[in-house]
Each structure stands twice: as C-alpha cells, then as structure tokens.
Ligand binder design. Structure first.
Ligand SMILES: [Cu+2]
Length: 335
C-alpha cells in the first residue's frame, strides 16, 4: 500500500445521498488496473434441474417503490406505483459457495475476477498474506482495495479460503458470472420487480422484509454494518462479513436475507429514472444500458452512509464488476 491510499482511507467519509453506494464498487473505479483479457469460458448447459427447493410465488399486483423519507429519490426508488408480476419461482437463499463450486467443477467456468486477475476487497478484511497483492484503492470509495488473486475461492485474497463457508453466499461474482450460472442451472435472474415483490414478503409498503423497524424488539434481522463506517464493524448482528445464507428469520414468503449479507444482481439494465413507471405488468427495465441493477444491500451497509438495505432501495454496477459483497439469487419462470 502506498501512502496516498492510506491517506485516502483517513479522508472524510461523505454521506452518500444518492447515485452510488458505499458498498458498491465497479471496474473502472480503480486507479491502476492489471487487466488480463482472455476469451470467455465455454459453458456446458445443464437445464431443467432447478425448481427443487425453490419457492413458487403467486405473483399479482403490489405497490412497488417508495417515497420513504429515508430513501434516495435520485435512485429512482419512487414514485410508488402499482405493478403486476406473473407467478415465478425464487430460491429462498442466495447462491452458496457449495452451489457455485458444483457449477465450476462441471464447466470449468472462470469468473470475471479470475480473468481480470483481481477483485475488490474491503480494506479491513485483506489478509496479511495478500497485503503485497494490493495494487490500489477505488477512487471515490478508498475503503475498497484492488487485490490481485482475490476471487470467489479466496474472498480476502491469497491465504483466505471458503472451506469453512460453503453455506455462505458466493461473492466476487459479476453479472456475467451470475448469468452463466443461471444458464448452466436452468434458472434465471429475477427482474427488479420480481425481486421487490419477493423481498416485501406480502407486506404492503414496509421498509424492510419484516416491517418498518430495523430491529423489532431489539433483535437483529439482517447482516449489515454496525459501528463507524468504514473503520470498525462491531458485528453486533453476529457477522463481520458474510453470514450463512439461512441466517436470521425468513420473510413472509420464506425467503432468507433478502436485505443485507450480499448485493444480489437482477436481470434489468439500470436506470435511475424509474424505468418501470410506464410498464406496469412484468416490467423488465430499459432495453439497454451500462450497468445492471443490484438489490438488497450488503454486510457493509449502514444507515449513516448508504442505507440501501431497504426493500425499495436500488443500486447498480457494470456487468463485469465484482467485489467481496456481490452475489446473486436465482429464480425461474412458472409455466
Ligand atoms: Cu450499501
């Protein structure tokens, strides 16, 4: 690490009102890149193996979006509008390391992070062994360090392992990687509308999957940041980084960790201009774009900074971006 990056870490943390997220970082933000271009991996398709274990949601009309005073209007969280979605399947959990490992074993797939040779690791979690592999920090979010060799198998860089975390969500996953897994498993990513329908768990216009209070009865309900961001995560929710995918209670639809833990990629291209306003039935987002939508926030989210662990909160990232808090959840069409 050079001194400039260290100084950056001690700079003032400006509250992020909209348009980005403390815990979202994308390729192109790094000061120095070590890009290694390789051809995409060839995939073996294994369709039709999925619906076991998934939850079938009936779909229907719901009130999507929010005008919550805690929200970020510039992200396109509002206005609140009635949206309809067809019935669909959704996994109760984010895709785990064990599941992703099965995909890689079967196909030899190499993730974007592996092809680029690096990924973003949150500064506090970079291993001692990989300090030598730190190349730079993200320009506007200097708590994200570019670490060579960081990828889904070594989430904190060399010397880190997922062996004890096979039931945790896979991380350092780009949108491209998530889409490849879906192709292999016969699943698909959820649209933002489906994701939000699911996250709300049958409740109407509540802030979180369980209601309006972050900690009902003082009890933690999701894995986010506690303490002073980005210096110290007190982990009073029990987890400093990822939690097992079935940690905490599920929402009313039996879905776990729809908010917190890891960001989840959706199928839509992202637009902050509420792209679903015009399409009220099965909205799919804009037809093109530069970034894909992400939902749910992560273990790094804190109210003092980004507050995007609300069910209506939105963020986005370029499709080849990866970081230690980015994962995904799969769905499937009901037919
Ligand atoms: Cu965040």
């Amino acid at each position: 690490m050079n001194n400039q990056i260290k100084r950056g870490m001690h700079g003032a943390v400006v509250k992020d009102k909209a348009g980005g997220c403390c815990c979202q970082v994308g390729r192109g933000s790094e000061a120095i890149t070590n890009a290694i271009e390789t051809s995409p991996s060839v995939l073996a398709k294994k369709p039709g193996t999925v619906y076991e274990g998934m939850v079938l949601l009936s779909g229907g009309a719901f009130l999507m979006g929010t005008e919550d005073r805690e929200g970020f209007p510039a992200d396109g969280e509002g206005p609140v509008r009635e949206v309809g979605v067809d019935p669909f399947y959704i996994s109760p959990y984010a895709v785990t390391n064990a599941e992703f490992a099965a995909f890689v074993t079967d196909t030899g797939y190499r993730t974007d992070a592996e092809q680029w040779g690096w990924s973003y690791v949150f500064h506090l979690y970079v291993t001692k062994e990989s300090e030598k592999d730190v190349r730079s920090a993200a320009r506007n979010t200097p708590w994200w360090w570019v670490v060579e060799g960081a990828n889904w198998r070594c989430p904190e860089g060399s010397g880190s392992h997922i062996g004890e975390r096979m039931n945790h969500p896979v991380v350092h996953i780009s949108w491209n990687d998530a889409a490849a897994y879906c192709t292999w498993s016969g699943t698909r990513l959820l649209s933002e509308a489906e994701w939000e329908f699911a996250a709300r768990g049958g409740l109407v216009q509540k802030r979180y999957p369980w209601g309006d209070l972050l900690k009902p009865d003082g009890e933690h309900r999701c894995n986010i940041w506690q303490g002073k961001f980005p210096y110290k995560n007190n982990a009073s929710d029990g987890y400093e980084t990822t939690a097992p995918v079935d940690a905490f209670s599920p929402n009313g639809y039996g879905l776990y960790n729809m908010v917190g833990n890891v960001w989840e990629w959706c199928s839509d291209w992202f637009s902050p201009y509420s792209p679903v306003q015009d399409v009220r039935i099965n909205p799919q987002g804009p037809s093109s774009g530069k970034a894909r939508s992400t939902r749910g926030g992560s273990y790094l989210c804190h109210k003092s900074y980004c507050n995007r662990y609300r069910v209506a909160a939105r963020s986005s990232n370029s499709p080849d971006s990866s970081a230690g808090n980015m994962g995904f959840r799969v769905g499937a069409t009901f037919q």
